[in-house]
Design a protein around this ligand. Sequence first.
Ligand SMILES: [Zn+2]
Ligand SMILES: [Zn+2]
Length: 132
Amino acid sequence: MKKIVSVLMSGALMLLLSGVAMAQETGAGYVASKGGEKFHVVSCPVAKKIPAEKLVKFASPEAAIKAGYTACKTCNPPTSADALVATKGGQKYHKQSCKMVGNMDTANKVYYKDAAAAEKDGYKPCSVCFKK
Ligand SMILES: [Zn+2]
Ligand SMILES: [Zn+2]
């Protein structure tokens, strides 16, 4: 009996892991549970408990909010109002109000909660919107 339980458990774990791996492969940084209320960053412990068959993926917080989800209080994903934006493969990060953001391809946007997080990924402040 014990053996069956452990086999079931490892099966569930595999499903969970493959779900998270899939989300990362497609470049989706945000996930939600079908029928749920909150969306999460992929690394959120709550997000990791979402069963693979219920996992909904979003490329940006904007997309998740548009779909009716609100930000999870545990992982506190950057919401479109206060987040900084960069482009995948780009060099600079911007405030949302920057005129450069309007030219960005939505699918390539990466969101950061603050400048420190963006710089950790190698982005530099935009000289237009971060002019002193
Ligand atoms: Zn979360
Ligand atoms: Zn800018």
